[in-house]
Design a protein around this ligand. Structure first.
Ligand code: FES
Length: 245
């Protein structure tokens, strides 16, 4: 696949956005794999076929949701219902009740151990409320092995903008404003490497690296990477700066 312009990239993004009414994101991380997500995925797909819902529901295997001890985990979209400790039988029931009839299966939701409060959404769970994910904030929202899912979720937009719309000085100014710093030992400021420091030579080339890695970092493709060897904040900063323009 050869993408020749930002316009083409944006057209691809629209093309691959999910068109189905509902989607089941199943955690495909190592922990959920070890606790049986393959059987869960198979049961979901079988039940969807059995109920003739293939045209309306998509099953997507994503990256780790972060709450591995409660796996296998799955999330129903668009309503964002978060189910934990799912097995084959529970998976079938979720398709029968939630997806076919619109009824949330409360017994498979997260329940706080002491207060017994039940939470249906990931963001309501205390484990997640104590965290602020930055570099991996989108991990668990797409299939990391499907590049079209990545493109549909804004992948490569910053890179596309840098290559096709920005002048070199504009790109360097974005890096300066982002506060980007390298973490490869000396930790020089990003602009030093782009603006004449000559550590790796070629400002344009380094900025392309920065934008590409910034794109990846937010989706968990390159954990910890966010620019010219910089920390995760840099990825978000570069993306925001590019989008703001
Ligand atoms: S492996 Fe599934 S939540 Fe981490």
């Amino acid at each position: 696949m050869l993408i020749k312009s930002l316009h083409e990239l944006t057209a691809l993004k629209e093309k691959y956005k999910t068109k189905k009414k509902m989607r089941i994101d199943v955690c495909g991380g190592t922990g959920c794999n070890a606790s049986g997500n393959q059987q869960v995925i198979k049961a979901l797909k079988d039940e969807i076929v059995k109920l003739n819902l293939e045209k309306e529901i998509e099953v997507v295997v994503t990256g780790c949701f972060g709450f591995c001890e409660k796996g296998p985990i799955l999330k129903i979209l668009p309503d964002n219902t978060f189910y934990i400790e799912i097995d084959e039988k529970k998976a079938r029931k979720i398709v029968q009740e939630h997806l076919a009839k619109g009824q949330v299966v409360e017994e498979y939701l997260y329940r706080e151990p002491i207060s017994q409060t039940i939470h249906s959404r990931q963001e309501e769970i205390p484990f997640y409320q104590k965290q602020k994910r930055i570099a991996l904030r989108n991990c668990g929202s797409i299939d990391p092995e499907n590049i079209y899912e990545y493109i549909a979720d804004e992948g490569y937009q910053a890179l596309g903008k840098v290559i096709s719309e920005l002048k070199q000085e504009e790109s360097i100014n974005i890096i300066k404003q982002s506060g980007l710093r390298g973490r490869g030992g000396a930790g020089p400021a990003g602009e030093f490497r782009l603006d004449g420091g000559g550590v790796r030579g070629g400002a344009g080339r380094d900025f392309v690296h920065a934008a590409a890695r910034a794109d990846h970092a937010g989706h968990g493709f390159a954990p910890g990477a966010g620019g010219t060897g910089a920390g995760p904040h840099a990825g978000a900063a570069v993306r925001s700066a590019c989008r703001a323009r």
